[in-house]
Design a protein around this ligand. Structure first.
Ligand SMILES: C[S@@+](CC[C@H](N)C(=O)[O-])C[C@H]1O[C@@H](n2cnc3c(N)ncnc32)[C@H](O)[C@@H]1O
Length: 291
């Protein structure tokens, strides 16, 4: 049997029945002269299936696959990965498919044994998946980005464009959840904590690099306000590296209420659209979540 089928996300070689057709799209498009049409179809499906990449990453994070590989020194066979995870025995054969998708996405690499060798493929960590292991890993931030509360609103972008409400009254998040992101964080303590902690991780990661690579931008400043600074991880990093800079953080009341105390950084509760504390420099690090 010859199977002319290959998911647009995974155009790699894979046993398909009794014969393997390596690049079916290319083979067909060259033989029948419909190259443009088939390429367009491939591109259409590739874009439509792009969501699988995010969801494969989410499952890797949920299942802690990077940790399982790390536990084996950064390289593991499928059996070794499976042994580390809590999977239903019936599902173990399907893990290979997920690993294959993740390899296509650059989350892991797969090293195939030489043809005829009895060895199993070996999955290794990539620079991306190294960020999912270790003490300062970005798992909480990645999980936050892929949380259904954040993902589901994106399904409504088209509907939002038809929605009569002005954009300043209804973003895609509010259209889905009935309240803005910050309103939800204001009363959902668990969501607020999860989000703020994720932002701290991201800020620690980025600020380490910013201060090492571009630290000179903070030299000569006497005071700095981190506007919408969350729990103040960025301000804390700047204050630690440049103690002469008097740092403050402005954020909403429900965030400032959870800010650390006893540090050199001052926390101010308020709305940045109303006023911002006076300072020599304004620092702004945000991820924009609206349409
Ligand atoms: C994506 S987070 C960024 C936090 C921090 N700058 C960081 O990068 O880690 C956006 C922050 O803006 C805050 N925020 C949202 N609306 C605000 C407003 N009107 N005034 C002040 N802060 C606000 C949120 O509470 C949240 O902490």
């Amino acid at each position: 049997m010859v199977v002319l089928s290959s998911t647009p996300l995974c155009p790699t070689k894979e046993p398909l029945g009794t014969r393997t057709v390596d690049k079916p799209y290319m083979a067909l498009s060259q033989s029948n002269g419909e190259a443009g049409l088939l390429d367009a179809q491939l591109e259409l499906y590739r874009n439509a299936f792009a969501v699988i990449k995010s969801m494969a990453l989410k499952s890797a994070v949920d299942l802690r696959i990077a940790g399982a590989i790390d536990h084996h020194g950064g390289a593991a066979t499928l059996a070794q990965v499976a042994a580390e995870l809590t999977l239903h025995p019936y599902k173990i054969p399907y893990l290979r498919r997920l690993m294959r998708t993740l390899a296509v996405c650059g989350v892991f690499t797969v090293q195939h044994p030489a043809v005829g060798a009895a060895d199993e493929p070996v999955y290794t960590l990539t620079p991306l998946s190294r960020l999912l292991v270790g003490s300062s890993n970005l798992v909480p931030f990645t999980s936050m980005l892929l949380h259904q509360t954040i993902v589901i609103p994106f399904l409504g972008i088209g509907k939002w464009f038809q929605n009569e409400l002005p954009s300043d009254q209804c973003c895609i998040f509010k259209q889905t959840h009935g309240e803005s992101f910050w309103e939800l964080a204001g009363h959902d303590t668990a969501f607020n904590a999860r989000f703020n902690d994720a932002m701290v991780l991201d800020s620690n990661f980025i600020m380490d690099i910013v201060i090492k690579e571009q630290g000179e931008v903070f030299q000569g400043i006497s005071s700095l306000v981190d506007v919408a600074g969350g729990l103040g991880a960025s301000a804390q990093a700047i204050s630690k590296a440049f103690p002469e800079v008097k740092c403050s953080v402005l954020d909403l009341g429900h965030v400032v209420a959870k800010a650390p105390s006893g540090t050199a950084v001052e926390y101010v509760a308020g709305d940045m659209f109303e006023s911002v504390p006076l300072a020599n420099a304004v620092f702004l690090k945000v991820y924009h979540y609206s349409v």
